[in-house]
Design a protein around this ligand. Structure first.
Ligand SMILES: [Zn+2]
Length: 364
């Protein structure tokens, strides 16, 4: 009996739920809430419509300002000199005169399809020698960068059949100048310079490596026995340009002889070394006396048994001394009046350290 009231109370709840499940009741509630949402939404829309253009305008202004700032060049020249030098130092590359060809890579229409097509060697070659654009920035940057280059880099100067222009090329112009005696402009004096380097740069170079790649034709004579090293025209031209190198600390020469069926490479080595040995000494034929060489090496374009090299022995007052390929002293140089025969003897003199058993044999 006591259980029935409990049932009735339990029945009350579903009846209330049924009542509230009436669709009309819910529709009324939904409509009233929707009208409230509508009011607040229209409020928001107005607000957003007002704020959004303002925000957009602000963003646009900021973007334009940023663009303007990006477009303005970085005030590099306002940096202190030390900082500018630090930037330049990252760009330093040993200058090569004459400069190598810009890029030997053959451009192809397939390059854009396969980026990896470019060989790593050509890419490396392209990466190299890219800092010369700095020279074009301004006169001041040019001067500052050149100064640093002269102080810290090694200048590689070369004379080879590729850049050797005999002075006789100016002679064809002489008949034209004689025929055009009526025309007013006189022909400019022939440019005897070998490297396109300004004098102020030459004066500041500290380290230089000179490479002579010589053929017998470059000696400019038909019989090498008839010439003296000091009268070698190419040698004279080089000395007259190199004499401006007054700040040099290290200066080396590599005399490379290109094979020739008629001539012994000895003649090239002999005249090349003889014409530069006295540079920078009291016996120099230039004013100023020019830079003093520290080392002269000899090489061939083909295989060779290994030539000794010449270097100054600073312990003996800078006397020229012959060294083997493993840097053992082989003997002192004869002097400026060395003959070709003596030169040959020194060039191939056996080293007593490397080949002690042949020491007695060499003395015979
Ligand atoms: Zn040796």
């Amino acid at each position: 009996m006591g259980e029935t009231p409990q049932i009735t109370t339990n029945l009350k709840m579903p009846s209330a739920m049924i009542k509230s499940a009436d669709p009309s009741f819910w529709a009324a509630r939904l409509l009233s809430s929707l009208s409230r949402v509508d009011v607040s939404r229209s409020c928001w829309t107005t607000l957003v419509a007002l704020i959004l253009p303002v925000l957009l305008l602000w963003a646009l202004k900021r973007y334009r300002k940023m663009q303007d700032e990006n477009r303005r060049p970085f005030p590099f020249m306002e940096l202190p000199q030390e900082l500018r030098d630090m930037v330049y130092e990252n760009l330093l590359e040993d200058p090569v005169y004459p400069p190598p060809p810009p890029c030997q890579h053959q451009h192809s229409t397939l390059d854009w399809v396969i980026p990896g097509r470019r060989s790593s060697a050509s890419a490396a070659a392209q990466r190299k020698h890219t800092s010369t654009w700095v020279f074009l920035a301004s006169k001041q940057v040019y001067k500052e960068y050149m100064d640093l280059l002269c102080k810290k880099a090694t200048f590689h100067l070369a004379v080879s059949p590729q850049n050797y222009k005999p002075l006789s090329t100016s002679t064809p112009s002489s008949p034209s100048s004689s025929s055009s005696s009526s025309s007013p402009p006189p022909p400019p004096p022939p440019d005897t310079r070998i490297w396109n380097l300004p004098q102020h740069a030459l004066e500041n170079i500290r380290t230089c490596s000179l490479k002579l790649v010589t053929t017998s034709a470059m000696l400019g004579v038909t019989d090498p026995r008839a010439m003296t090293s000091s009268s070698w025209t190419l040698g004279q031209r080089m000395r007259s340009q190199l004499k401006h190198m007054t700040s040099i600390k290290s200066f080396t020469l590599d005399a490379k002889a290109l094979g020739d069926p008629l001539w012994n490479p000895l003649w090239i080595w002999y005249h090349a070394s003889q014409s530069f040995k006295l540079m920078g000494t009291e016996f120099s034929d230039t004013v100023p006396i020019g830079p003093r060489l520290n080392k002269i090496t000899f090489s061939l374009d083909t295989w060779s048994p290994g030539e000794n090299y010449l270097a100054r022995d600073e312990d003996k007052g800078g006397l020229w001394t012959w060294y083997c390929m493993k840097d053992h002293a082989v003997g002192a140089d004869v002097g400026p009046e060395i003959t070709v025969r003596e030169f040959c003897g020194k060039l191939y003199q056996e080293c007593g350290v490397c080949r002690p058993e042949s020491d007695g044999e060499g003395g015979q």
